[in-house]
Ligand binder design. Structure first.
Ligand code: CDP
Ligand code: CDP
Length: 226
């Protein structure tokens, strides 16, 4: 084995998972895998095809035709769906509003989880999502459960939007709380802290502080293995 470990980062929307996971991956020369982008890509496709989340059989049938690729690049990751670049499309408000309803479909989760495990086989992966520490990579050497207050998380997303989309801070807070509720209460792999995950409340931490802490947990782990 190559001395590398796997790092699982879970938590609610806007906690800072993807920003931090990408930076941790860069610091360690690891590969970043954004599993939320995979659920988003499927959601974008189903909306485009006019298939509703209640049409479970149809969703599963169509999902089999999908080829999702995550391609790392300097500033993050590009997402391709059957060869089409959908990196920006999958971040729309419409996708935000529906993704959790597709993400609770058991057969769809099975397909994506299998792909995610495949990506982590060779280790050296930083993977973020909702069920990474509990379900996708329960053997990950370092597990982080990242949180922040819903107010702070909504504010972070609000600042990202540069008011182009005409959505208010209150609306954003409501949408995020609703998505958290759906992710926490679904039957299959709900958003939950793994028993052995380290909880990191980032409400009052800068991005660099969060990255430093996670990198040091990893270093401690790797030194312990030597
Ligand atoms: O970036 P943000 O926190 O807004 O969300 P995301 O990580 O892109 O995930 C979007 C949605 O996909 C989540 O709200 C979940 O419903 C679903 N998801 C999931 O069920 N399991 C994962 N491992 C990752 C995302
Ligand atoms: O992936 P997730 O939904 O958990 O969150 P994100 O998209 O990585 O982070 C949401 C926003 O919060 C980004 O604009 C980050 O720059 C910001 N952020 C922050 O201000 N302070 C932190 N400690 C972490 C993230």
């Amino acid at each position: 084995h190559n001395g590398k470990i796997n790092i699982a980062i879970d938590g609610p929307a806007g906690a800072g998972k993807s920003t931090v996971a990408r930076m941790v991956a860069k610091a360690l020369s690891y590969v970043y895998v954004d599993t939320g982008a995979m659920y988003r890509a499927v959601t974008w496709y189903m909306i485009k095809q006019g298939i509703k989340p209640e049409q479970v059989d149809l969703v599963l049938e169509k999902a089999k035709e999908l080829n999702i690729e995550l391609v790392p690049e300097e500033t993050g990751q590009r997402v391709f769906l059957n060869g089409q670049d959908v990196t920006h499309e999958i971040r729309s408000i419409e996708v935000n509003g529906l993704v959790s309803r597709y993400a609770k479909i058991e057969g769809l989760r099975k397909m994506l989880v299998q792909m995610q495990r495949q990506m982590a086989l060779r280790k050296g992966v930083v993977m973020d999502g909702r069920d990474i520490g509990t379900t996708v990579l329960p053997q990950a050497e370092v597990k982080i459960f990242m949180t922040a207050t819903v107010k702070e998380r909504a504010l972070r997303r609000f600042k990202e939007m540069k008011d182009a989309e005409g959505i208010t801070l209150e609306q954003l807070e409501h949408d995020i709380a609703e998505r958290d509720r759906q992710d926490e209460q679904r039957e299959i792999s709900p958003l939950r802290r793994a028993d052995d995950a380290i909880v990191l409340d980032t409400t009052r931490l800068t991005i660099d502080e969060v990255v430093d802490r996670i990198v040091s947990y990893c270093t401690i782990h790797m030194d312990g293995e030597k």
